[in-house]
Design a protein around this ligand. Sequence first.
Ligand SMILES: NC(=O)c1ccc[n+]([C@@H]2O[C@H](COP(=O)([O-])OP(=O)(O)OC[C@H]3O[C@@H](n4cnc5c(N)ncnc54)[C@H](OP(=O)(O)O)[C@@H]3O)[C@@H](O)[C@H]2O)c1
Length: 243
Amino acid sequence: MLQLEGKHILVTGASSGMGRVFCQMIAKEGARVSLLARNEDRLKETLALMGGEGHKYYICDLTDEEQLKATVSTLEALDGVVFCAGINDFVPLKFVKQEKLERIFQTNYFSQVILTQMLVKKKLIKRNASLVYISSLSSKLGVAGTLLYASSKAALNSAVRVIATEMAPLGIRANAICPGIVQTEMLGSTNIDEESFTKQAVDYPLGLGTPEDVGNAVLYHLSDGSRWLTGNCMVIDGGYSLK
Ligand SMILES: NC(=O)c1ccc[n+]([C@@H]2O[C@H](COP(=O)([O-])OP(=O)(O)OC[C@H]3O[C@@H](n4cnc5c(N)ncnc54)[C@H](OP(=O)(O)O)[C@@H]3O)[C@@H](O)[C@H]2O)c1
């Protein structure tokens, strides 16, 4: 039996990395997927990789409230949302600027909260739906240079717990997933060199993760098998936190 048969799932950050793989995995489990990101060509590439039918894509900059409103107004009711869009920026404290703080919080925190609120207000989240927020292991650590990113994801973890409490009367669940390092395009966009990654991989007893490793956790969160799980933050890191 397919885990997500008949469900309609929105995936943000669907044009790249983990979001792209999640769309493929969710479609394979029988769900209809609405894909959201800014880059139309890359959204189409994701769509071309997916099986199943009825999928749609939405070009939307999550940090632009007008675009977000317009997108939400055309969405159909949802059984689940994967909030996967995110950006990273490695900056030591002494180089942190207000503008950089605002940029990362706009994408990784404000837009996640605003999108959730819009979907709830428009009654687009069905009873018993599942909201899955892709946070990061960084939110729980204190690695040098990750202040912007780690704190934006820590704020998200906190929001997820409150959302879980407020949504529980409707049977709607909200959970965060905190992956360790996963090899995606995001890593290419950072200023961390190949050598540093090779060094970091040594600290992962099970090696670095793949988008599919996180995708399996996402499928569980979206499925009815996790109906009693809410307000949780699942660390999935190949054993990195064991040290
Ligand atoms: N890779 C890792 O090691 C790792 C570890 C832990 C957590 N994470 C988290 O996992 C999520 C996915 O990461 P990834 O590695 O797959 O990154 P990625 O390949 O860089 O993908 C990021 C996605 O977010 C979308 N996006 C960014 N800004 C957006 C905006 N303003 N509006 C709409 N969409 C936007 C991008 O699409 P467009 O450019 O087309 O808009 C893209 O589809 C992120 O939240 C990240 O923080 C990643």
